[in-house]
Design a protein around this ligand. Structure first.
Ligand SMILES: [Zn+2]
Length: 330
């Protein structure tokens, strides 16, 4: 596929495109599978066995195409987070569009209503999508001027300050370059927030050359001693946002996402929600957010074992069910 075709796809799927417009171009499962085939092979499809460039749909095998020369069959969902899915591909496209375009993310209930699948099915699809986003987020390394801070989420469980028994998280956010690209963020759920926890986090996610802004807590200064650009800022309790404005802005948006879209989250699901939020924040200026999400979704197969907190989630049952809102655990 040439640059013209890339531009066309970007314009159709990108910020200017609508979900209705996108789905109207793929009225059935076969056209949807074709669309996926085109996106998974941006240079044009080639048979993995004989190199032939043409294929046709396989009757009776949904999502599959057959090479017109050697009859090798390939599935567009094999090796992706949609591997073995029973849900319609159109529902998957709707899920990816909503999860990548919506500023506040999408809940299982909303997706069930839009895509016409049961809430269990929608919930399971979104869990698979979040699991697909985990890898790019886990390997994200931030550079330039970054702000770093810890925070707590969940119901009160005793303890105060850094001794709280709430779930502990560390957030790192790149400051926007003047007139340049806007920053990315990483949010990780951590066991504790001692200096060693900060060091481990920074080892995975903060470039050594970064200019790190954080508060003056002694644990942070000790943990990040190896990062030469550490700038400890005094914390003003009367105006907590003033010292680290970008990090605090992201943290408050993440908490609003947990409360507003997720209606509370179990500890087991916290990291996958953080990955979804971080991914969307980091791609908020992308020209083709759906294409970016699709690339992550197609990067590898997701197994049940890859999805945290599956004890209560049911495998996909694509038939439409009644929408019964679930109670949040915390
Ligand atoms: Zn072939």
């Amino acid at each position: 596929m040439g640059s013209e075709a890339r531009k066309r796809i970007g314009a159709e799927n990108g910020r200017g495109g609508s979900l209705i417009g996108l789905l109207s171009r793929m009225p059935d499962e076969e056209s949807c599978a074709r669309w996926l085939l085109e996106h998974e092979n941006p240079g044009g499809w080639r048979c993995p066995r004989c190199g032939c460039a043409t294929c046709s749909p396989v009757r009776g095998r949904p999502h599959s195409f057959q090479c017109t020369r050697c009859r090798k069959q390939v599935s567009v969902t094999a090796g992706t987070c949609m591997h073995g899915t029973k849900a319609p591909l159109r529902a998957w496209v709707a899920a990816m569009w909503l999860a990548s375009h919506s500023r506040r993310g999408v809940s299982g209930l909303e997706l069930a209503r839009v895509a016409g699948v049961s809430e269990n099915c929608a919930d399971y699809m979104l869990r698979r999508l979040r699991a697909a986003l985990a890898s790019p987020c886990a390997h994200s390394v931030l550079d330039g001027a970054v702000e770093l801070d810890d925070f707590y989420v969940g119901a009160r469980r005793g303890g105060v300050g850094r001794g709280t028994r709430k779930s502990k998280m560390i957030a790192c956010v790149e400051e926007a370059e003047p007139g340049g690209r806007r920053g990315r963020c990483v949010i990780r759920s951590v066991e504790g927030i001692a200096g060693g926890d900060y060091r481990l986090f920074a080892h995975d996610h903060v470039c050594r050359s970064a200019e790190v802004h954080s508060d003056m807590w002694v644990g942070i200064r000790g943990g990040l001693a190896a990062w030469g650009g550490l700038d400890a800022r005094p914390f003003d309790a009367s105006d907590p946002v003033a010292s680290l404005p970008v990090a605090h802005h992201v943290i408050s948006n993440f908490k609003a996402f947990l409360a507003g879209t997720c209606h509370g989250v179990r500890d087991l699901d916290l990291q996958s929600r953080a990955d979804e939020f971080s991914w969307r924040y980091s791609h908020r200026d992308s020209d083709d957010p759906l294409g970016d999400m699709l690339a992550a979704a197609c990067a590898g197969r997701i197994r049940r074992a890859d999805i945290p907190g599956l004890a209560t989630a049911q495998p996909e049952q694509p038939m439409m069910g009644h929408h019964k809102p679930r109670r949040a655990v915390s």
